[in-house]
Ligand binder design. Structure first.
Ligand code: S3P
Length: 427
């Protein structure tokens, strides 16, 4: 692999990948830990934040609201928060816009939340609907469908809400609003999503209960004053997935990825890859973190669909790459949410893998991929960090040679991706 220019990068079949690596801290946990620390009165410590632009935007947004940062120390509390003097630009981060919409709905002033062209295309009505039902005065472009969002914070009342789309961002947004709402806020899920909001809120003393019984999954929350806390952000399983697939594809590889989040809702890609024949060992460190040990293995096709989709939604681009090397035809269904990510990932992955010579068909809600190819050619990231890194992994596979225009998009979540990959390459 070579760095070329910041804008483009080339990746080619390499020697085995071997060694030990840490991937960037988990982005979902990082956004929420920063928000909880901002709301907790006093000094919290959040260690292991990822260096990418997405989380930097959340940190800067909270700074604009009056939160004080000094390295990993964060001094927060509602009493510190004040009206920002300009619109808050959250760059490429849809998570930041949605989660902060819930926070800002409770603050006694006006905030404008905006982002880049990709964020402005992403659906925001999914958070506006429940926040408005709680009493929030919130407007968005295109009749509330899109950012920029203008939030006039005020008095809210709890709701009992069943998520119509399985979205942890929507769940998180409602729960952050519920922290300062009258009465009880209940969020119910028909299909489980990642639980980072619940995990962090319980760490900082929120009055919250989780029901996970026969009647389904529900989180109940009452108005809460958060207390300071400390957290070490574990490695991001979504980033680990790129290394896992790369080591699986490259003969002779054996990589240990240390201290990765392995809790509920995030490791569906491990199960899917194991079904395909991958060799992935999870060595637990504690209840929600562990090391992943991955060794090269030949892959066969699988079907990825149904209730497992939310647990691997962000990993589908790199799973599509794994499928391109597997024996047989892999089908991905029930993943229409891919169309509203940083790019329409059904379109972008189908177009770019086809440009590399992969036989791939687009479905309304997924992809059909015929495996057994040797991807070669020049492709584009479409400004999408996960598309960029998934295509890089395609270049590393047997007889691969891939040049990616717009590779700089990877810096949104993993600025050191090329150097980290290089550290594993044996010459
Ligand atoms: C995230 C949830 C998922 C995921 C996104 C991060 C989160 O999105 O795709 O990258 O931090 O809650 P949805 O909530 O839209 O499903």
């Amino acid at each position: 692999m070579s760095g070329d220019t910041p804008e483009a990068a080339s990746f080619a079949a390499s020697g085995p990948l071997r060694g030990v690596i840490r991937v960037p801290g988990d982005k979902s946990i990082a956004h929420r830990a920063l928000i909880c620390a901002a709301l907790a009165s006093g000094t919290s410590r959040v260690r292991g934040l990822p260096r990418g632009d997405d989380v930097a935007r959340t940190r800067a947004a909270l700074g604009a609201l009056g939160v004080y940062f000094d390295a990993d120390r964060i001094v927060g509390g509602r009493e510190r928060l004040r009206e920002p003097d300009r619109p808050i630009d959250l760059g490429n981060s849809g998570s930041a816009v949605r989660l902060l919409a819930g926070v800002c709905a409770t603050l006694p002033f006006r905030c404008v939340l905006d982002g880049d062209a990709s964020v402005r295309r992403r659906p925001m009505d999914r958070v506006l609907a429940p926040l408005r039902a709680m009493g929030a005065a919130i407007e968005g472009a295109d009749d509330g469908a899109h950012a920029p969002l203008t939030v006039h914070g005020g008095r809210l009342t709890g709701i009992d809400y069943t998520l119509p789309v399985p979205s942890a961002q929507v769940k998180g947004s409602i729960l952050f609003a519920g922290l300062d709402a009258d009465g009880e806020t209940v969020v119910r899920e028909a299909v489980p999503t990642r639980r980072h909001s619940e995990e962090l809120l319980s760490r900082c003393g929120a009055a919250m209960e989780v029901d996970d019984g026969a009647a389904g999954y529900a989180v109940r929350l009452r108005r809460s004053a958060l207390v300071p806390f400390e957290v070490d952000v574990p490695g991001d399983p979504s980033q680990a997935a790129f290394i896992v697939v790369a080591a699986t594809l490259v003969a002779g590889s054996e990589v240990r990825i240390e201290h990765v989040y392995t809790g509920p809702g995030r490791c569906g890609f491990v199960d899917a890859l194991r079904r395909m024949g991958a060799s992935i060992e999870v060595v637990p460190r504690d209840a929600t973190t562990g090391d992943l040990i991955v060794r090269h293995a030949p892959l066969t096709a699988t079907t990825i669909a149904g209730g497992e989709i939310p647990s691997l939604i962000d990993e589908l681009p790199v799973l599509a790459v794994a499928a391109a090397f597997a024996e047989g035809v892999t089908t991905i269904r029930g993943a229409a949410e891919l169309r509203v990510k940083e790019s329409d990932r059904i379109v972008t992955m189908a177009a770019e893998l086809a440009a590399l010579g992969v036989e791939i068909e687009e479905l309304p809600d997924g992809l059909v991929i015929r495996g057994g190819c040797a991807p070669q050619g020049t492709v584009h990231s479409h400004g999408d960090h996960r598309v960029a890194m998934a295509l890089a992994v395609a270049g590393l596979g047997p007889s691969g040679a891939v040049r990616i225009e717009g590779f700089a998009a990877s810096a949104v979540t993993w600025p050191g991706f090329i150097d980290d990959l290089r550290s594993l390459a044996c010459r």
